[in-house]
Design a protein around this ligand. Structure first.
Ligand code: HEC
Length: 127
């Protein structure tokens, strides 16, 4: 049997403290990173949504004039008072008989949430 000296015990205590400290650290990044990322959202928006909804979200994108059903103007009360869930549902499933189709297959859930976060940011900005 090896004899324990004070320095052994000190080293042991240090090791225990280290393990305890590591256990107290926040757990690694969860699978779905939340809050949504507006920088990524901006890229998604500019690539897929801007053509109809416009750079500022006013519903005045370059393709808007040609549409029978005008794109939503996100600055309207009617639009921005809706909950995230409701707007995400629209982005996910689209609106029947309108040019707003479902983005389910084309964008991941994270990308849809990021795009909405960017829309929320646009709405906070004036003209
Ligand atoms: C082809 C044109 C078009 C494109 C592209 C488009 N939208 Fe739309 N969007 C519309 C139209 C039209 C509506 C319906 C407006 C209405 O019902 O009055 C709409 C409605 C919405 C609504 C619902 C607003 C509300 O008040 O309920 C959201 C949210 C939305 N779009 C997000 C997006 C996002 C995010 C993208 C890109 C991933 C996108 N749209 C791309 C045309 C488009």
């Amino acid at each position: 049997m090896p004899r324990f000296t004070t320095s052994h015990i000190r080293a042991l205590l240090l090791a225990v403290a280290l393990v305890a400290a590591l256990a107290a650290l926040p757990s690694p990044t969860p699978a779905q990173d939340f809050p949504p990322d507006v920088v990524r959202g901006k890229a998604v928006y500019q690539r897929h949504c801007l053509s109809c909804h416009g750079a500022g979200g006013w519903g005045d994108g370059p393709d808007a004039a040609a549409l029978r059903v005008p794109p939503a103007n996100f600055h309207r009360f009617k639009s921005f008072l809706k909950s995230d869930e409701e707007l995400l549902r629209t982005i996910e499933h689209g609106i029947v008989f309108s040019p707003m189709h479902s983005w389910q297959g084309q964008l991941s859930e994270t990308e849809r949430q990021d795009a909405l976060a960017y829309i929320r940011l646009l709405v906070q900005q004036g003209r």
